[in-house]
Design a protein around this ligand. Structure first.
Ligand code: KE4
Length: 436
């Protein structure tokens, strides 16, 4: 139940900030109700402005993999901040994080830092276009890569599934010119036949394909291995740049990202979230021959006032150092699986149609018989049941993503007690759903 205090905060915020939020998903429009205003986080917990405690399964949409306010991260940030917050000039810290990224993600032979995932994917696409001299790009329905114009595009009338003709993309947002969207083609995720058909028709016209190697933006959807392998082969065959958007999966599903988990080497990778440990850092990088096209060496312009910011990079560096602890990802994956297994068992006991899955430290919850493998299947899940479940859990102090179409996240700070409490609350939530 929203307190008067938080309702007032939200009402006042909406006067000065569109929708009262600085990013749309935070407005609870998908689940209904009033967003919670937070003031503190520590470990796996959050406290709202009224002092109510929550177990946090959003982790700021991925960055807080160590949990909130990790003492070593906070200390490192406090110390570096005392030396000025920004120089706009090279620092040794940027070399240090570039070396660490290259060590953890060897396909990133060269890397450029930016300040968000959006900047990372926007820049990666531009350098792929500059390198190939081609304009067309390919994305997949249900994948989100940030809000640059070329990526706010959905399939035209004839979605490129097997047997349908090739349709250029149409804008999925107002303010994106049709001429821009026309260069973006959209395919169905996990549809290998559609991939083959597109490349047969126009492979040599494609600058790049950008994909979430594990999707976290239409809820969690895992790739079919044949689909990813075919994509890699076709890109190689046609000189198309394969971009793995690992903004969410990077350092989250495996220390080396999804590319290490599935042993598939992209030409470029984009990173964000965990790489900044909660401060604004994004990155893109990969094959040196492609990255050498970037200014000041090459003809592809890309820049940023706060790119490589010393304070943000320090938070990222400390985070990347701490997640290299022995068995860090093994333990994180095990804890996340314990959560989803507990929820599946609780729903089964209540007789509610529900399933769930996890990949490393991210998970998907679905009010449907089976885990979806495509956007169409995701859209068939019971959104109303999710929204009801979300609010029962929220009232009990469990903070899940406020949308049936988002993945959830576990941190290294989530204890067995947190998981047990979450499952116990879910049992009551499923029982309430079953009684309707
Ligand atoms: P940002 O510009 O939000 O840092 O990153 C964009 C982005 C790029 N690629 C992937 C795979 C992403 O998941 C994201 C951002 N993810 C969303 C969560 N669905 C961020 C939350 C939000 O938009 O507020």
């Amino acid at each position: 139940m929203t307190s008067v205090n938080q309702q007032q905060l939200f009402d006042q915020s909406q006067q000065l900030i569109p929708g009262g939020v600085n990013s749309p998903v935070r407005a609870f429009r998908s689940v209904g109700g009033t967003p919670v205003f937070f003031k503190k986080g520590l470990g796996s917990k959050l406290w709202d402005v009224d002092g109510k405690e929550y177990i946090d399964y959003i982790n700021s949409w991925g960055p807080m993999i160590l949990g909130h306010a990790h003492p070593e991260v906070i200390k490192a940030v406090q110390e570096v901040a005392a030396n000025s917050l920004s120089f706009g000039a090279p620092t040794g810290l940027e070399l240090e994080i570039a070396q660490l990224i290259n060590k953890l993600v060897p396909s990133m032979e060269q890397v450029r830092l930016v300040s968000s995932g959006t900047e990372a994917t926007m820049s990666a696409i531009r350098v792929a276009r500059g390198f190939t001299g081609r304009s067309k790009i390919v994305k997949f329905e249900g994948c989100y890569h940030g809000h640059s114009d070329a990526l706010l595009v959905k399939a035209g009338s004839g979605l490129l599934t097997f047997g349908k003709n090739n349709q250029a993309g149409v804008p999925s947002s107002a303010g994106v010119p049709a001429e821009v969207a026309a260069h973006t083609l959209t395919l169905e995720y996990n549809n290998t036949e559609a991939l083959k058909e597109l490349f047969a028709a126009m492979g040599d016209e494609l600058a790049c394909v950008i994909i979430e190697p594990v999707v976290g933006n239409m809820n969690l959807v895992v790739p079919h291995m044949e689909f990813l392998q075919t994509l890699r082969e076709l890109c190689t065959q046609h000189g198309t740049v394969l971009i793995f958007d690992e903004v969410m999966t990077g350092f989250r599903v495996h220390l080396g990202g999804a590319q290490a988990l599935y042993n598939i080497k992209p030409d470029l990778t984009t990173l964000g979230k965990v790489i900044g440990g909660g401060l604004p850092v994004g990155a893109f990088g990969g094959r040196k021959d492609i990255m050498q096209c970037l200014a000041p060496v090459g003809a592809v312009y890309q820049a940023g006032t706060l790119s490589g910011n010393p304070v943000a990079v320090t938070a990222g560096l400390m985070t990347l150092k701490l997640i290299q602890a022995p068995d860090f990802h093994l333990k994180l994956a095990a804890q996340t699986k314990k959560l989803v297994d507990g929820l599946v068992a609780a729903a089964k006991e209540a007789g509610v149609v529900f399933t769930a899955q996890s990949v490393g430290g991210m998970f998907g919850l679905y009010f449907s018989e089976k885990c979806p493998t495509s956007f169409d299947e995701v859209m068939q899940s019971n959104k109303e049941n999710f929204n009801q479940f979300f609010h029962i859990m929220l009232d009990a102090g469990i903070y899940l993503a406020p949308s049936a179409f988002e993945a959830g996240f576990v941190s290294a700070a989530h204890t067995d007690e947190d998981i047990a409490f979450t499952v116990a609350v879910a049992k009551k939530a499923f029982a309430a759903l079953a009684s309707h």
